[in-house]
Design a protein around this ligand. Structure first.
Ligand code: C5P
Length: 304
């Protein structure tokens, strides 16, 4: 029996500018992804029984995510069809990243699955193959092959790694919506209007600041989904107010939400804002945490 464990980090979007709609139905955007220390943990186990071939057995700490359309299972299918491997494998997923929250949890799990099976089965997949498979699974998935801090363009797959991470403590709140938004990401992209589009200059300027080791500029953290999301779920204003009353220096939206965050230089300050936000926010929250940046990960090597 061989076992292999991978951590799959969450990301925050440090600003997100949708620049226009494309002919293929996707949107072009410019954003900065920063991986953080909220992590799901995936364990891959190969069970040598008979000739070793067999199905994929998938379990998750949140059983509602054990569905055939889980990106983990889609990633396994891609690796199997590319490599021709039909080995029996057990994958267990311990979730810490709230689902459908704008934190990239499912995308990160998918990237970890590509890397995990590559390692478990010693496939030696090259970077281009991994990148193509990742993009096939979703626009955000290529970022998670390395994590760290990167500016992204195109659908989110044209990545420029930034030399520095954003060395701050983030207070991250995922509110529970009064009712979930079905197919949230696709639905929010679908209701964007040309007025929501931006040229992305703010994101490029922020990326330059990060590369130069300058402070994050809160005025450059705008997100093209704000109008559409607050229109659909006006109660999110309560969360923005709670953050502000708790002394947060700014409030920003991650991805297509509903997660919001702020950032401060020290852990003490972050914990103070976390505690105050918890008590001031009158809505329900799925998760309220302090977290830090997580530096770029390197692909695992094959188990011995
Ligand atoms: O790429 P992903 O599968 O995560 O995207 C989900 C949906 O979100 C897409 O089918 C598309 O409708 C929308 N989308 C988009 N432009 C992007 C990324 C996603 O319109 N850059």
């Amino acid at each position: 029996m061989t076992s292999f464990t991978m951590e799959a980090p969450a990301k925050l979007n440090l600003g997100l500018a949708v620049t226009g709609r494309r002919a293929d139905g996707y949107h072009d955007l410019v954003t900065i992804f920063q991986a953080v220390t909220i992590v799901d943990v995936l364990t891959f186990t190969s069970v040598e029984r008979g000739d070793g071939s067999g199905p994929t057995h998938f379990t998750c700490s949140d059983p509602s995510l054990e569905t055939p359309d889980n990106l983990v299972l889609q990633a396994v299918d891609l690796v199997r069809s590319h490599s021709g491997r039909n080995d029996r494998v057990h994958i267990s997923l311990e979730k810490a990243i709230p689902a459908a929250a704008g934190l990239g949890g499912a995308s990160s799990d998918a990237a970890a699955t590509l890397l995990g099976l590559d390692g478990l089965w010693g496939l030696g997949l090259d970077r281009t193959t991994l990148h193509d498979m990742a993009l096939n699974l979703g626009s955000d998935v290529p970022f998670f092959l390395k994590g760290g801090c990167a500016m992204a363009a195109g659908r989110g797959e044209r990545l420029s790694r930034l030399a520095n991470d954003v060395d701050l403590w983030f207070v991250v709140v995922t509110p529970a919506l009064s009712s979930p938004i079905p197919r949230k990401t696709a639905s929010l992209f679908a209701v964007l209007e040309p007025d929501d589009w931006r040229d992305g200059g703010n994101i490029v300027a922020q990326a330059k600041r990060i590369e130069s080791g300058l402070e994050l500029d809160p005025d450059l953290l705008g997100n093209s989904f704000e109008r559409a999301l607050y229109g659909l779920r006006p109660e999110l204003e309560l969360l923005r107010e709670a953050f502000t009353r708790a002394g947060a220096p700014f409030v920003a939206l991650s991805g297509s939400g509903p997660t919001h965050y702020t950032a401060v230089p020290t852990q003490d300050e972050a914990q103070r804002i976390e505690t105050a936000t918890r008590s001031l926010y009158s809505g329900e929250a799925t998760s309220v945490v302090c977290t830090r940046h997580r530096t770029q990960t390197t692909a695992p090597s094959a188990p011995r």
